[in-house]
Design a binder for this molecule. Structure first.
Ligand SMILES: [Zn+2]
Length: 237
C-alpha cells in the first residue's frame, strides 16, 4: 500500500498484498491460530509470554511492531535483515541466505496502526547460539523486573538465565552493560540522583524547620556540571 498526496487528500494505492490480509492461515502455527481465534487480529501477549507473528496481525503502532519482531527473532533464534525500512513499508527477511522467512508490514488506512500484510514463517536456517540482535539495551529491559526484585543478580546468573530462556550465549561485557543499564534505570542514574539533592535539601528545610542542611559541590569549569563534594545534615534537637 502506498500513501500518496498530502495530508488533506490521501490517495491509497492497493497492492495485491492488501487483499490477502488475514485470509490465509494455512501452515500457521496451531497455537497462534487458536490464540487468534480467541483474541482476533489485534496483537496481545500470549499466556506463555512468548511472541508470535502471523498474517493480518495488527499492532498499535510501528514501535510495538518492531519490538515484537525483535523479541520473536531472538526467541526463535535467528537474525533478520531490513530489505525495506520506510514509513509506509517495512520488509524484513532472514539474515541467512536462502532461508525463506520473510515479513512485510505497513500502516493501516489513515491511522497509526501497523499490520502484517504478508508473512512467510517457514525457515530453514539453524537456531543461532550467538545472536547479534541480543544487545545490552534489549537485555536490560528484559531483566527490568528481576533487578527491581533483587538488585544483586550476578552476571553469571544472567548468563545462565539468557541461555535457558533464549538458547543464546551472551558475552560478559554485554551482560555487565545490561546490568548497569537496568540498575541505573531503576535508580534514575547517578546524574539524576545527584541533581535531586538540592530539591531534597529544600524539602528538609521546609518540613523540618531548624534543620541544618548543606550540599557542597565543586565547579572548576563553568561549561561543566558541578562535582558533588559533601552533604551535611543535622536535625534540630
Ligand atoms: Zn532463517
Amino acid at each position: 500500500m502506498n500513501l500518496k498526496g498530502d495530508d488533506n487528500s490521501k490517495v491509497y494505492e492497493l497492492n495485491d498484498d492488501d487483499w490477502s490480509v488475514g485470509s490465509d492461515s494455512e501452515g500457521e502455527n496451531p497455537i497462534v491460530t487458536m490464540f487468534r481465534q480467541m483474541v482476533g487480529n489485534v496483537y496481545m501477549l500470549r499466556p506463555d509470554g512468548k511472541s508470535y507473528l502471523c498474517n493480518g496481525l495488527i499492532f498499535d503502532n510501528v514501535i510495538n511492531y518492531r519490538k515484537v519482531l525483535l523479541d520473536y527473532a531472538i526467541e526463535e533464534g535467528f537474525g533478520y535483515i531490513r530489505l525495506k525500512n520506510e514509513k509506509d513499508k517495512i520488509i524484513m527477511h532472514c539474515a541467512v541466505e536462502g532461508c525463506p522467512w520473510r515479513i512485510h508490514a505497513s500502516p493501516m488506512l489513515g491511522g497509526q496502526n501497523f499490520q502484517v500484510k504478508t508473512y512467510n514463517e517457514e525457515y530453514t536456517c539453524t537456531k543461532l547460539t550467538i545472536n547479534s540482535l541480543v544487545t545490552a539495551e534489549w537485555l536490560s529491559l528484559k531483566f527490568k523486573q528481576e533487578f527491581k526484585d533483587n538488585s544483586n543478580i550476578y552476571v553469571a546468573q544472567m548468563f545462565a538465565k539468557v541461555k535457558l530462556r533464549y538458547g543464546v550465549k551472551v558475552k560478559n561485557s554485554i551482560l555487565y552493560r545490561a546490568k548497569n543499564k537496568a540498575l541505573s534505570r531503576l535508580c534514575g542514574g547517578h546524574d539524576e540522583s545527584y541533581s535531586k539533592l538540592h530539591k531534597y535539601r529544600n524539602i528538609l528545610r521546609i518540613k523540618n524547620p531548624g534543620t541544618m542542611v548543606q550540599v557542597m559541590a565543586k565547579r572548576n569549569d563553568l561549561s561543566k556540571n558541578p562535582t558533588f563534594q559533601m552533604f551535611f545534615l543535622s536535625f534540630p534537637a
